[in-house]
Design a binder for this molecule. Structure first.
Ligand SMILES: Cc1ncc(CO)c(N)n1
Length: 214
């Protein structure tokens, strides 16, 4: 089995809990309440900050130029299309300026920031890759529902299409292949480090979905 599939399999229960989460059901139905969506997006915007920083470390630690190009292109998408989605959604949902810039961080958000900081501080490409792969592959997993109709409100619909469009799908396919390639070239101890980062990330993804309803 490939390294990426092995890691996903090891975390199958938390992974599936995300794919089947109440938030996912509600967003496809267009029924996430404005309060929940506000909380989710305000916290997620802080997640994105650390995520872009981690992309920077992946660019720095990757072992070849073609990989740096992939990450740089993805970083460009996040900091343009996705960033303007957040801005428009904050306006539509009436999220105050302070909540956009400096919300009180919840435990899962702080956990993600620590995780991404730890992965970056490792300066280990495989560990950076493991965290990035969870974030993007898990989001493709829940958003990829071929044939499913999109909800009418852009706040819901665009959050889905940001995570299931062809460019995103091909980036996730590439990320998994990259993790497989690096995993195959790594010693068991390095693979175990990457696996531990992968697990922490999946656990936090589930907690992040859960906590916006608490
Ligand atoms: C918590 C979380 N995980 C993954 C993604 C996808 O980048 C996101 N926006 N937020």
């Amino acid at each position: 089995m490939s390294f990426s599939n092995e890691l996903r399999q090891e975390n199958a229960q938390d992974w599936q809990a995300c794919v089947d989460h109440r938030f996912v059901r509600e967003i496809f139905a267009g029924e996430v309440s404005p309060d929940v969506m506000r909380r989710y997006l305000a916290q997620d915007y802080q997640f994105i900050d650390g995520f872009v920083a981690l992309l920077g470390m992946a660019i720095a630690t990757a072992d070849r130029f073609e990989s740096r190009i992939r990450f740089a292109q993805f970083a460009a998408m996040i900091t343009s299309d996705e960033n303007t989605y957040f801005q428009r959604a904050f306006v539509a949902l009436g999220v105050p300026e302070a909540e956009r810039a400096h919300p009180v961080l919840t435990a899962p958000t702080a956990g993600f920031q620590a995780l991404m900081k730890d992965a970056a501080a490792s300066r280990d490409y495989a560990s950076c890759l493991a965290v990035l792969t969870v974030a993007e592959w898990l989001y493709l997993s829940w958003a990829d529902r071929p044939g499913e109709e999109l909800p009418p409100d852009f706040v819901h619909a665009e959050w889905i299409t940001l995570h299931n469009n062809d460019g995103f799908r091909s980036f996730v396919t590439w990320l998994r292949g990259e993790l497989d390639r690096i995993g195959a070239a790594s010693a068991p101890a390095a693979r175990a480090d990457a696996a531990a980062f992968f697990r922490r990330a999946v656990t936090l993804e589930r907690a992040f979905f859960d906590h916006i309803y608490e």
